[in-house]
Ligand binder design. Structure first.
Ligand code: SF4
Length: 313
């Protein structure tokens, strides 16, 4: 049984220009001690999906349907107080996009981690726990006495990971955790996450637009486009042999040192308030057929663990 199972999950934004379906009937499973990657262009709904799991969607956004099952229990049905006390940070925690800049500049790192412990009624010794967490992310405990501006970007990101792990969560959601870091620091953070996964038995949802990075860290991949899942499967299989035209074009757009050009995907993501009637990728797809403009393809299994939403299959 998956530790987290998302069923027909939908998040809409009610804007003056119409209802934007940012996440549209998404299904996804995360197994225990597994890393799943969610990839797609900016605006494909990856971060909104993560915020939805954490129940951090605020108006004009709204979760309008579906279930989020944690150990088979629908945590969307919990009231806010129960969710905060039992799930948020304790069972499911998140490293937000740009989190390394998310520390309050006027408080020391240790104080900010202690605040999390206090708010969530941690029973042990705060100072000892902060030191333990900093060591866990390979930072010297003296970092506790530093202000955020005294640390490098990589150190701040490690400190934020320590904060996310403060209450021993079972699931860690990492939203673009290495963006804005140089390649060496990026590799070190990825390595750290791999170690933490092994040592703490974490299950991880890793979100990024960087497919090459995802194939390295994740066991399975989900490809999102305009709010929907286009393809999913084992990372290496999917990376080597993408089936969905969108995934193929996404792979082609990865920068390659052997190429002297970068190929982009022609066209733009559709308006989420006005999605095409059929396949949501039909406006940009080189293989679009008549049926693609009329009827939306379902996400269906085509072989092994590979699921694709495309009329070609
Ligand atoms: Fe292209 Fe049609 Fe497949 Fe959509 S369903 S990806 S338009 S071939």
């Amino acid at each position: 049984m998956p530790i987290l199972s998302i069923k027909d999950f939908s998040i809409h934004f009610y804007t003056p220009k119409g209802v934007r379906k940012a996440v549209d009937r998404v299904n996804l499973d995360l197994n225990k001690k597994e890393v799943i990657g969610i990839a797609g262009e900016s605006g494909s709904g990856k971060s909104t999906l993560a915020m939805g799991i954490m129940r951090l969607i605020t108006p004009p956004g709204k979760i309008v349907g579906g279930k989020v099952l944690f150990n088979n229990e629908d945590i969307l049905s919990y009231d806010e107080d129960k969710f905060n006390k039992e799930i948020r940070w304790k069972k499911i925690s998140m490293i937000f996009q740009g989190s390394m800049n998310g520390f309050t500049p006027v408080f020391k790192i240790g104080q900010q981690i202690e605040e999390v412990l206090e708010v969530h009624e941690y029973k042990g010794n705060f100072k000892e726990r902060v030191n333990e967490l900093l060591k866990m992310v390979e930072l010297d405990p003296s970092v506790s006495d530093k202000y955020p501006h005294e640390l490098s970007g990589g150190m701040r990101q490690r400190a934020f990971i320590a904060m996310a792990l403060a209450l021993n969560p079972e699931i860690l959601i990492c939203d673009e955790p290495t963006t804005a870091l140089d390649v060496i620091t990026q590799a070190k953070i990825i390595n750290l996450l791999k170690i933490l996964k092994k040592e703490l038995g974490l299950s991880i949802i890793f979100i990024t637009h960087d497919l090459a990075l995802l194939s390295e860290i994740s066991d399975r991949l989900y490809i999102m486009y305009a709010g929907g899942i286009m393809e999913s499967g084992y990372s290496l299989d999917l990376y080597k042999n993408p089936k969905h035209p969108y995934t193929q074009l996404l792979m082609d757009s990865i920068a390659d040192i052997n190429k002297d050009y970068i190929k982009g995907i022609p066209g733009f993501m559709p308006d989420l308030a006005n999605l095409p009637k059929g396949c949501r990728f039909s406006d940009r797809c080189p293989y679009a057929m008549e049926i693609c403009k009329q009827k939306e393809p379902e996400l269906k299994r085509i072989e092994g663990d590979r699921y694709v939403s495309c009329w070609l299959y």
